[in-house]
Ligand binder design. Structure first.
Ligand SMILES: Nc1ncnc2c1ncn2[C@@H]1O[C@H](COP(=O)(O)OP(=O)(O)OP(=O)(O)O)[C@@H](O)[C@H]1O
Length: 554
């Protein structure tokens, strides 16, 4: 459910701890700075009026000196205010980014499986960046506008109480009523714009990944049309937003002119009644006209704030999303390496995928799973890894429920090779070493030899230093698969889960890999999913998933 702007603000203010000192300094410098610039105009006007024959308590000379000092000081004050605001903003953005990455790690992999990756990228990059507007250009300007307006109303009171009343009403109109009205005008456009931009990122990323399919099935033209449609949609929203901003700016200027003229008319009336002098009328008009700066900053926020709040909503939602599986930090460390699946049931959504499944994974044995596509083999491996939690029944490692085992300990005990090996934008060496951060070069090479990919890597011009992205699609499915296996071998865990490890290999490489696995059989338990009968020969027990997860005769 979409939360209110006040709730979003409260959520974003949570991050402000430790920054209130800088914020107070920014407000102080901002208030003095704005007063300096308003007084600059006032003294300059007094100097002009002195030349025209009016007399004031301050002499022409004093005004000139004050003018110079104020102009000089104003620059430093403005710099100080902006420095404080941006220190706060960028410090907090770094903190928020850190928290978002921590949240993503917790949500991974279950909650992220169905999410658009492009949209996530938009949240991590553009949306967080937009929060700078809130921390650097929203909080202190509100306080500055309040204090500056207060001082000015007191100043107007020195001229005449009616002037003070008029000034108060003017600041409320430009600084509160207008921003609220503008905010209402741009309501929803900000959120729709952020969502459309996230959806477009997701769409482009998705189609780039499937570029080969697009080319093969000649989908270029429909893809271009769809892209065009989405750009048009985003442009329309941008246009609506810009129109609303322009309208808001126009409304603000009209208000300022009308209110300034109003004080002039009021002054003329008081002058006619001989209550104040003509110089006071002029000065009150100039003072009001030149003092809208801080409240105009708030009026301008009316449009940008909607986008900022939309970005804030998306960032806060991501931070508050509850993970499908809670990581265990203060749980148990187990010594055993055999696993037991005990009458488990599991459904991703409505449809039950695994119903009352039980099986044993004894140490030193290989369990083979086979059955039609979609019957839940990979799902069982994900449950063994505790990427998802079972709804009924238990999965035990040793004799401890996996839900009670420290997640770190569980990860150390298990290696999981998925159907698709993802290569990061890094060297092949580092790509393999992610399986064991402190692995030596010898260990990496040994794992690659076992996975029969060492020779291929050595044949590349830069060997293990070849960047994975340079290879792109030129790395065959089988080669990628063997890199995945090298990772699993390097991790060297007592439990190894292999999901179609040989599906892309030729018979020769398959035989070599199976031999390597067979040689290690006494060291670990293996759960092997495969559609290949030749690979299944490795298994000590073969389980037919479709026939009630029962071992079948070999
Ligand atoms: N994250 C998910 N959310 C919803 N449904 C899912 C998710 N992952 C898998 N499924 C569905 O669960 C069912 C079992 O999928 P699973 O990948 O376990 O099958 P499988 O037996 O390993 O198939 P294959 O042999 O093709 O790899 C499928 O119908 C699949 O569409």
């Amino acid at each position: 459910m979409k939360r209110s702007n006040v709730k979003i603000m409260r959520g974003l203010l949570r991050f402000m701890n430790g920054m209130y000192g800088y914020m107070s300094l920014a407000i102080l410098l901002g208030v003095i700075g704005f007063l300096c610039s308003i007084l600059l105009t006032l003294w300059a006007s007094m100097m002009l009026l002195t030349l025209l024959g009016f007399s004031f308590s301050l002499s022409f000379m004093t005004c000139s000196v004050l003018l110079l000092v104020m102009a000089f000081v104003r620059g430093f004050l403005r710099y100080g205010e902006q420095a404080c605001n941006h220190y706060i903003a960028f410090h907090l953005l770094a903190q928020i980014r850190e928290q978002v990455f921590a949240a993503l790690r917790k949500l991974c992999p279950a909650k992220l499986e169905g999410k658009g990756k492009g949209d996530l990228i938009a949240v991590i990059t553009a949306d967080i960046e937009l929060l700078e507007v809130f921390y650097a250009h929203t909080l202190s300007p509100i306080a500055i506008a309040f204090f500056v307006s207060l001082v000015l109303v007191i100043l107007f009171y020195q001229f005449h109480p009616l002037f003070a009343l008029w000034a108060f009403a003017s600041y409320v109109i430009v600084g509160i009523v207008l921003p609220m009205r503008i905010s209402k005008m741009t309501k929803d456009i900000g959120m729709r714009q952020r969502q459309a931009s996230g959806a477009l990122s997701s769409f482009v990323l998705d189609r780039l990944r499937g570029l080969q399919e697009v080319l093969q099935y000649q989908q270029q033209q429909p893809l271009l049309w769809t892209l065009k449609e989405r750009f048009v949609e985003l442009n329309t929203l941008d246009e609506q937003f810009k129109k609303a901003s322009g309208k808001a700016m126009g409304m603000t200027n009209v208000c300022i002119m009308t209110l300034s003229m109003g004080i002039f008319v009021l002054g003329a009336f008081l002058y006619e009644q001989q209550i104040i002098s003509f110089a006071q009328v002029l000065l009150a008009f100039i003072l009001l006209f030149s003092s809208f700066g801080p409240v105009v900053a708030l009026a301008n926020l009316g449009t940008t704030l909607q986008q900022t709040f939309a970005a804030g909503e998306r960032v806060l939602s991501l931070l508050e999303e509850t993970p499908q599986v809670e990581e265990v930090h203060a749980g148990k460390w187990v010594s055993g390496s055999e696993m037991q699946v005990d009458h488990i049931c599991f459904a991703y959504e409505e449809e039950m995928i695994l119903k009352d499944v039980s099986l044993q994974v004894p140490f030193g044995k290989t369990i083979g799973l086979y059955g039609r596509s979609g019957c839940g083999k990979s799902t069982l491996l994900k449950l063994l890894m505790r990427f998802w939690d079972v709804e009924q029944g238990k999965i035990l490692l040793g004799d401890v429920d996996v839900k009670k085992i420290n997640t770190k300990a569980l990860r150390q005990k298990q290696s999981y090779m998925t159907q698709e090996t993802h290569l990061f934008h890094d060297t092949l060496f580092e790509n393999i070493r992610i399986a064991k951060a402190d692995a030596t070069a010898e260990e990496v090479i040994a794992a690659c030899k076992k996975a029969h990919i060492h020779e291929h890597i050595c044949s590349l011009p830069k060997g293990y230093d070849t960047m994975a992205s340079e290879l792109g699609d030129s790395l065959s499915g089988g080669e990628k698969q063997r890199i995945g296996l090298a990772r699993a071998f390097l991790h060297d865990a007592p439990l190894l889960f292999l999901d179609e490890p040989t599906s892309n290999l030729d018979s020769l490489n398959e035989a070599k890999i199976l031999l390597a696995l067979a040689q290690d059989e006494q060291k670990r338990s293996v759960v092997l999913v495969s559609h290949r009968a030749s690979t299944m020969k490795l298994a000590d027990t073969i389980i037919n998933v479709e026939k009630g997860w029962k071992p079948c005769e070999q």
